[in-house]
Design a protein around this ligand. Sequence first.
Ligand code: GLN
Length: 200
Amino acid sequence: MPAVAARSSRPATVGLLALQGDFDMHRQVVQNLGRTAYEVRTVHDLAHVDCLIMPGGESTTMRKLMRLGGLFGAIPQFAKSHPIMATCAGLILLSRGIEGAPLEETLGLIDCTVSRNAYGRQYHSFRQSGRVRLPEGETEFEMVFIRAPQIVRIGGSVEIHGSLGDEPTLIRQGNILAMTFHPELSGDGRIHEFFLSQMV
Ligand code: GLN
């Protein structure tokens, strides 16, 4: 028999950045879609996963914990060959910069600028139907905003995949999909499904 390496048919393992924030709800969506989830807290954990979901939470705290586990340095390297889906605080950390806060360091993996807490405080959280572009076409999606950021600038290589009125809320740059809202809280797995089936 010729020594031809069999292509792995192992199903993808979905990494959940599990330092802080809403990672457990993402796990439920991932498992409901029949995928295996794996909690990522350290650089070592990244070696076990095929993609990464960065949840919402509190970006300053998440940044500190990412530094402690070495992930702040490792994620840009990981992103060169693995897809990432980021929500809310995750998007803030992946952006090029935070409006009005030049000293708050970000990973700069998506060419956009965000404004933190742009809709107000926790109390001003809301859900509203927006539009998203999925493989089946343009459709409505219930968007949950919790102390959400706004995307105030996007670069030329960023595609807009979803919006609320005129504001972009779901963007993609290469193998990174990021959104200002929480798709794990709307009981609608279509954005996760898009990420896992089309990008991973
Ligand atoms: N306001 C939070 C921050 O700036 C993000 C909120 C969220 O992830 N739901 O980090």
